[in-house]
Write a protein that binds this ligand. Structure first.
Ligand SMILES: Cc1ncc(COP(=O)(O)O)c(C=O)c1O
Length: 454
């Protein structure tokens, strides 16, 4: 079965990539627009198969590299990204057999970093000092270059310099807008990151009608809008071509996030922060005149930006965050947990003598005995019924401990020296009833108490 865009039936997920025949939606705004005459349309780029405008770029970078013969079987990818290019490349890579590694700033939203890993990408998280702001991964760009240099099978497509980036928009985004507006588009507005969107789409629209005005939305210095670059940060991209645009304007964090909220609440359009930013620029630059048809790019949707929302609108965070609406009176769950942990740690090494443990083991309320010696020593001999969680593996295997933090537990080692700090570790996890066996298994044996082999 071939792709049938009219029925939205595709022969593979890659068939969903947008094109003139299969455009992302263009939706007119009706409520948040301040204009009387000018019409403003938003282009909803999360309708691309992997959720963002960057899917177009990722697909075109890969196609171009394959056609040039630098990418093919046995090769893998490395790319510095503020997230969306990585998400697109990871998925196109999954479909075509290329693995992606992506160095990125810790300032990139946790949601994107986590999903990148979920998609199978190797995420190299870099210190923020290397990558001063979201969307400005200077350190990450340098790291990607180093990685590609060190390993010739790892290909850097370099969205910051590769003409296949704007070309993706020249081939599709521009023609889509031209067709969707029946050639009536008069203004095009996009936020700038790599500048692929504005440069490629702008070029196409001007090729059809040189009178189309192309405007860049630029975030203020020190912004925290993922995916876009301030004037200072724009130096890092080779695709910023201000001579080809008709103007630009700076948008503050507050304007961007404020309009993003309004888009969601008043227009029911689930756009993310860089969409609010581009729209704010459109409202500043587009003239309110009859016949004006402005198109604004909405790069992705709001669902990746929960952590940005909470930072900008603390009242919308979960009830435990400071300043939250409906915050419970009294200590929060986190505070209660911390208090319990500190109380626990004040009494660090509760211990139990071998005879006392032996009596407890004969009774109804047997404690769980956890032997923290290496497996071979445990196999030789141990307290009957004990489980083995070697000290060196305790942190990784802590999930094997009972979920109920009230369970009585006795930690056992050779002579009682190593089991002591492990009680502290369990207490730090919230276990309230943990003790260490005084004298360890040596003392247990010396007293002639029964043992077990495995
Ligand atoms: C969310 C978001 N908005 C805007 C942009 C900017 O697009 P471009 O890189 O084409 O300038 C990006 C690019 O990474 C992005 O991820």
């Amino acid at each position: 079965m071939a792709n049938d865009h009219s029925k939205r039936t595709y022969d593979s997920i890659l068939g969903m990539l947008s094109s003139e025949e299969n455009p992302t939606p263009l939706v007119r705004l009706n409520r948040v627009t301040p204009f009387q005459h000018a019409q403003v349309f938003v282009k909803l780029e999360w309708y691309n198969p992997f959720g963002a405008v960057k899917d177009r770029v990722a697909a075109n970078l890969v196609r171009d590299a394959e056609e040039r013969g630098i990418l093919g079987p046995g090769k893998n990818l490395v790319e510095a990204t503020s997230g969306n290019t990585g998400l697109g490349l990871a998925m196109i890579g999954n479909a075509k057999g290329y693995r992606l590694q992506t160095p990125l700033s810790m300032a990139i939203p946790l949601e994107k970093r986590t999903v990148l890993r979920f998609f199978g990408a190797k995420v190299v998280e870099l210190d923020d000092t290397l990558c001063p702001a979201p969307g400005a991964p200077e350190g990450a760009i340098a790291r990607a270059h180093d990685t590609a240099k060190a390993d010739p099978t790892t290909i850097l497509l370099d969205q910051y310099a590769n003409e296949a980036n704007p070309d993706a928009h020249f081939r599709a985004t521009g023609p889509e807008i031209w067709r969707q507006t029946d050639g009536k588009v008069t203004h095009f507005i996009a936020g700038v990151g790599t500048c692929g969107t504005i440069t490629g789409t702008g070029r196409y629209l001007k090729s059809r009608n040189p009178g189309v005005k192309v405007f860049a939305a630029i975030p203020e210095d020190g912004h925290d809008i993922p995916g876009v670059r301030s004037r200072r940060q724009l130096k890092q991209t080779k695709l910023y071509r201000p001579a080809e645009y008709d103007g630009d304007v700076e948008v503050t964090n507050q304007e961007a996030f404020g309009l993003t909220l309004r888009l969601n609440r008043e227009e029911s359009i689930i756009a993310g922060p860089s969409s609010g930013m581009a729209l704010a620029a459109a409202f500043k630059l587009v003239p309110d005149e009859p016949g004006v048809v402005a198109v604004v790019i909405c790069p992705d949707n709001i669902f990746k930006y929960a952590s940005s929302i909470v930072r900008h609108f603390p009242d919308l965070g979960p009830a435990e965050l400071p300043g939250a609406l409906n915050a419970p009176v009294g200590p929060t769950k986190n505070e209660q947990f911390l208090e319990a942990m500190i109380e626990n740690l004040k009494n660090p090494y509760d211990s139990v003598a071998v005879n006392a443990l032996s009596e407890e083991m004969a009774g109804a309320a047997k404690p769980l005995v956890v032997d923290v010696r290496p497996l071979d020593q445990f196999t030789d001999l141990h307290v009957p019924g004990a489980v083995n969680l070697p000290q060196s593996e305790l942190a990784q295997r802590a999930g094997e401990l009972p979920a109920d933090r009230a369970t009585p537990i006795v930690m056992v080692c050779g002579i009682g020296k190593f089991s002591k700090p492990t009680t502290l570790f369990l207490k730090s996890m919230g276990y309230r009833n943990v003790r260490s066996l005084k004298g360890g298994i040596n003392e247990w044996v010396r007293k002639g108490l029964p043992t077990e082999k495995r």
